[in-house]
Each structure stands twice: as C-alpha cells, then as structure tokens.
Ligand binder design. Structure first.
Ligand code: KIV
Length: 272
C-alpha cells in the first residue's frame, strides 16, 4: 500500500490507557475550529479538547458559563472535520448536566450524534456522579475534570490554586477514585499542587492530564490560544508560550493595511 493510502491509526481511549501503562506522556490541546484542529492533528497531538474555554477565547466572555450546547456542537463539528488521528473530547457546557442525570444523558447524546466527537468531559466529582454514570451506561466515554473547575467560578470566587488545604485535597482524592471506579477513561486536573497531582496520578490506573498541576501527571493540556500567544493578558505561572501570535498577526495586518493604503497591493503579478 502506498504511504498516501495508509490508514492513520486513530487515538482511542484504550490507546491513552496503554500510554499511561507504558509511561508515555499524553499531549492534549484545545481547538474550536476546522483550520486549527487540522494543524494540531497534523502535528501529532494525541487529544483535542473542544473546551468550553471557547466561551472566553472565541466569544470574548469573561467566564465559561454563557456558552450553549448548540454553540459547543458547532465548534465540535468544525473540529471533527479537521481531525484524522486525535481523540476529540467535547466539554458539556454549564447547565446541561448538573443536577439532572437524564438531561445530562440527552446533552451527551446530542453532542455525540451531531458532532461526531469521541467523548465528553464534565466538571466535578461526587456531586455529578449520577450524570456521569448515566452517560457511561449509554456507552459514551467520559473524561472527568477536578481541581479548579471554571464552571464553578462563582462558588470559588477566585481562579487561585485549589486543594491546598487537607480537607479539599482529601475530597479531590475521594472524587477522583470515584470517577475511576465508575469508569471514566481519564481526568483533567486543573491548578492543584504538583505534589498532590503526582500522588493522585500514581494511585490511579486511568491517566490524569494536568493544566497547572506539575510534571507528575500522565499528560498535559493547554488552551491553544494561550500556548500560541493569541491571548496576551492571561499570564499564569503554569503557562509556557510557544509563540507570540498576537504580535505576529498584528504586524502582518498592519503591513497589509499599509500596502493597501500605499497602493502597493495588489502588484502586477497579483492581478488578472
Ligand atoms: O475548556 C477548557 O479549555 C478546559 C481546559 C482548561 C482543560 O477545560
């Protein structure tokens, strides 16, 4: 078979488990549209998260709370069209799964049917366990999310590091054990002490993916707009910026504006 015709091997939840078993770190990034998802997939990313951070970086909201299920599905559909290899996970948005497991199942099924994504992610532990179990029983893979859970920002009141105190660390430990027990295939750990994240990760069979959770977890996730330097006001300690795209894009558009004003664009070669 020619190289072009070779099938790309899809990343599955089983492959992620194998990576944890073999000590291979898992790479995860957020995406919200076709063009960027295609680039990340081509680069070889393992997991693409259609995060509800779309509410912040795509729609300009202050929090993740306003984004709707239909808006998440629109983003997920666009991402899925750009992906050949990565596992695509979609956030269930705020208000579509808390306190009503039947509604949670309907939301998850709507995402899976209409977007073609491979799994969903929900924020929380014991408090939402009925929703998680119902979704899992329907055969939809679920990823958990503990630590700083941005959908609960008005309960926390701040985006600072979570689970620094013993009681909250214990609650997180109990929650994550429960998520593993009911069948989640992985858990995102956001902004918790590195020592706790390592301890938790070592005590679990399923993989943990950290964001601001240190190096002792089984994989890392970053919001693509932060990693690429498109956002510029957000500068937490855990963030490594690989590009300054804000300046790059601004510079390119400034040049374009100047070329138009100076009648330098289009040139002879750029017209018919
Ligand atoms: O919505 C999102 O981008 C996330 C990541 C921060 C993990 O949940």
């Amino acid at each position: 078979m020619s190289t072009a015709k070779k099938q790309v091997k899809r990343v599955t939840t089983h492959i992620l488990q194998g990576m944890k078993n073999d000590g291979i770190p898992i790479s995860m990034i957020t995406a919200y549209d076709f063009s960027m998802a295609r680039i990340y997939d081509d680069a070889g990313i393992d997991v693409i998260l259609v995060g509800d951070s779309a509410s912040n970086v795509m729609a300009g909201h202050e929090t993740t709370l306003p984004i709707t299920l239909d808006q998440m599905i629109y983003h997920a559909q666009s991402v899925v069209r750009g992906v050949k290899r990565a596992l695509v996970v979609v956030d269930l948005p705020f208000g579509t799964y808390q306190g009503d497991s039947k509604k949670a199942l309907q939301s998850a099924i709507k995402i899976m049917k209409e977007s073609g994504a491979h799994a969903v992610k929900l924020e929380g532990g014991e408090m939402i366990i009925d929703s998680i179990e119902r979704i899992l029983k329907a055969g939809v893979p679920v990823m958990g999310h503990l630590g700083l859970t941005p959908q609960s920002i008005y309960k926390f009141g701040t985006y600072t590091v979570r689970a620094k105190e013993e009681a909250e660390a214990k609650q997180l430990m109990d929650d994550i054990k429960l998520l593993e027990k009911v069948g989640c295939f992985g858990v995102v750990l956001e902004k918790i002490p590195a020592e706790l994240a390592q301890k938790v990760s070592k005590s679990l069979i399923i993989p943990t993916i950290g964001i601001g959770a240190g190096s002792g977890v089984d994989g890392q996730v970053l919001v693509s707009h932060d990693l690429l330097g498109i956002t510029k006001e957000f500068n937490p300690r855990f963030l490594r910026r690989y590009l300054d795209l804000y300046s790059e894009i601004k510079g390119a558009v400034e040049q374009y504006i100047s070329d138009v004003k100076e009648r330098d664009f289009p040139s002879e070669q750029e017209q018919y």
